[in-house]
Design a protein around this ligand. Structure first.
Ligand code: PRX
Length: 630
């Protein structure tokens, strides 16, 4: 494609253009898409409100850009290669033409259930092609999807259904994950005791027993049976909502990040094409789940808009053994492989023997996403998976950014272990000190902000615009605040240092400490709790919970298990603490604020330097907490 960067000087040229003439730059990129009506203006923006509009007044449908835009040339090319959880189960391949027909059939089925433009649809599904079909079918008819990771509990699901006012849930009977068969529809049933939708459509995957409510619940294969494989795309405004994706922040309640159609489309394809340097015929594999933003932008939208072949994997890295990823790479001759540092570290623990059985020579580019990659994991990935030959693209971005923001361009930007390197064209980074002063020049460290809009950015938080303004646009005036700390080294390269707010990153999953605390506090024996992250060898960060509890009639072990159960029920198993310590009190300032800095220090075991504790209401409590640490 013509917008592809080929050289380092090409990157520098494009970057410069994108800063000096952003509207001309993005108009040129957007020209290769199919617009039913062109924009009247490329960009209108104001970071105070915030109010950001890209490709103003333009009309389009994103699925028309995946399918009709190049169906004549790529119709028979594989769009999705699906690899099942069990290596002995045959996978599936859908060509672009087949995927197009499946999307249309399902889009028609949604319409026949009364779902149309502007309706919200929750997708709570395993990693099967139907999850992508569901997303695209919504986009085809202008319905707004909100994918909820299938590991979330019924109560987390109900919260999301209620928050967005969903009209339907698309789900499956069950989910195969490693050696487990997990009930999925049963979780939906439980969620629907606390929420309500008109329609539930159930894809049959595991063939386990499910209950179906007459008039509300329908089987996927039955609803599509009579549907035509043609469905006219709904004409959408560039700023019409494409999807809502819930993510955790520093306050207790997850927020619905809103992405709109035109800008997200342009940004997801542009970033995919350039970062991974995908070439025609390559097989691209991103191991994320469609329940996260990585799955949205780099399993479904980015690759499919680019006409790429995207591999979807249902299983886990260690089933049936720790060689599974590499077996899949060999089997499908994967060329681009994109995963999270936590998976790399988990597999590193098994040594190189599981890798040696497989031929990884098809690999050309490796990617990393979701959390900082430590140097050791970077070198292991580079040496053992990339055989010293594959560039690693360490891609920094967020649910809110919609697409990759800081990353090497594969094979073009010289890499440096643990550095996300340089911003993509269109991304104007800014490092600020705590007062919001921009730190210019190199060899500086501070908070990472972005001072100019990019097309894939968050537009609002669903149903609560003020929250969007407060969370991202109020900390530093006139800038989007990422919540991450960053260092720009002597070469001008960026290294992400991790969150500076009360968000923790556990195995690449983003979690609010307040959200976990709220769940712990639901237990009747719990009086108060404080949760912090601490360095964890495999997960990046582990969850450490300090709990004040009434231990009458309970052993510590009993109560710990009950608390973990409670968290699984309220959020999901991914939020279970790695460590729970019962404490007599929490270190608080005289104004009642918990001093998390101290709790973090204790959790990470750096006990000798507690810093200033003179503002504490009861400094003794710290000694007791240290003494009680196991
Ligand atoms: O702290 C950063 C970390 O993940 C956060 C965003 O999480 P989420 O919205 O769930 O999106 C994850 C996938 C894009 C960021 O604020 N993060 C993400 N990628 C990296 C990273 N930290 C360091 N290096 C990365 N490559």
């Amino acid at each position: 494609m013509s917008d592809r960067i080929h050289t380092l000087s090409g990157y520098l040229y494009e970057y410069q253009k994108s800063v000096t003439q952003p509207e001309e730059f993005w108009a040129r990129i957007a020209d290769s898409f199919h617009w039913r009506k062109r924009w009247s203006k490329v960009l209108k923006w104001n970071f105070e409100e915030p109010d950001v509009k890209w490709f103003v007044d333009a009309k389009l449908n994103i699925t028309e850009n995946i399918f009709e835009r190049h169906l004549f040339t790529i119709g028979d090319r594989p769009a999705i290669i699906w690899e099942a959880n069990d290596p002995n189960e045959a996978g599936r391949t859908l060509t672009y033409k087949e995927l197009f027909h499946e999307v249309n059939r399902f889009a028609n089925a949604l319409k026949s259930k009364g779902i149309g433009k502007g309706d919200k649809v929750i997708i709570y599904m395993p990693m099967v092609p139907e999850a992508a079909i569901a997303m695209l079918a919504c986009a085809r008819i202008g319905a707004i999807h909100s994918v909820v990771f299938a590991g979330f509990s019924s109560s987390a699901l109900a919260d999301r259904v209620n928050d967005c006012g969903a009209k339907a849930i698309l789900t499956a009977d069950g989910n195969f994950r490693g050696s487990k068969k997990i009930a999925v529809k049963a979780v939906v049933d439980e969620a629907l005791e606390k929420s309500e939708v008109e329609t539930v459509i159930v894809y049959e995957r595991t063939q386990q027993e499910v209950s179906m409510k007459e008039g509300r619940d329908f089987w996927w294969h039955e609803v599509i049976a009579e549907e035509s494989q043609e469905c006219a795309p709904e004409e959408m405004d560039s700023e019409d909502m494409l999807f809502i994706l819930y993510t955790s922040g520093s306050t207790g309640k997850p927020k619905g990040v809103v992405h709109t159609t035109g800008g997200y489309m342009v940004y997801s394809q542009y970033s995919f094409d350039n970062v991974f340097q995908y070439s025609e015929g390559d097989v691209y594999w991103c191991t994320a789940d469609v329940g996260w933003i990585t799955g949205h932008s780099y399993i479904v939208y980015g690759p499919l808009l680019a006409g790429a072949t995207t591999l979807m994997f249902e299983g886990v890295p260690t089933f049936p053994d720790a060689g599974r990823f590499w077996q899949v790479v060999e089997k499908h001759q994967v060329n681009v492989f994109y995963t999270a540092p936590t998976a790399i570290r988990a597999l590193q623990a098994y040594g190189t023997e599981p890798i040696q059985k497989y031929d990884l020579s098809s690999l050309k580019v490796l990617g990393s996403v979701g959390e900082p990659i430590n140097e050791e994991a970077w070198h292991w990935y580079h040496t053992h998976i990339g055989r010293g030959k594959c560039p690693i693209v360490d891609t920094w971005w967020q649910t809110e950014t919609g697409g990759i923001m800081v990353s090497p361009i594969a094979g073009i930007t010289p890499t440096k272990p643990a550095f996300a390197t340089l911003p993509l064209p269109g991304v104007q980074l800014c490092i600020v000190d705590p007062e919001g002063n921009e730190l210019t020049g190199n060899s500086v460290e501070g908070n990472l902000c972005i001072k100019f809009p990019w097309p894939g950015m968050i537009r609002t938080t669903y149903g609560d615009h003020e929250r969007c303004k407060q969370t991202y646009f109020s900390t530093y005036k006139g800038m989007y605040f990422t919540g991450d700390g960053v260092k720009r080294d002597h070469d001008g390269y960026y290294r992400i240092l991790g969150r500076v707010d009360d968000v923790i990153n556990v195995s690449g999953h983003r979690m609010g400490t307040a959200e976990v605390e709220n769940a712990i506090n639901e237990h009747p024996k719990v009086i108060e709790s404080a949760v912090v992250g601490y360095p964890h060898e495999v997960k990046g960060q582990g969850i450490y919970a300090y709990v004040i509890a009434d231990l009458t009639n309970r052993t510590e072990d009993n109560l710990m298990n009950e608390i973990k159960e409670m968290i699984s029920k309220i959020i999901g198993p991914i939020a279970k603490p790695d460590k729970i310590q019962f404490v007599p009190g929490l270190p608080k300032t005289r104004s009642g604020k918990i001093m998390r800095r101290i709790l973090r220090k204790v959790a990470e075991g750096s006990l000798d330097n507690m810093g200033d504790t003179s503002t504490l209401l009861d400094p003794d409590v710290v000694t007791k907490i240290i003494e009680g640490k196991k």
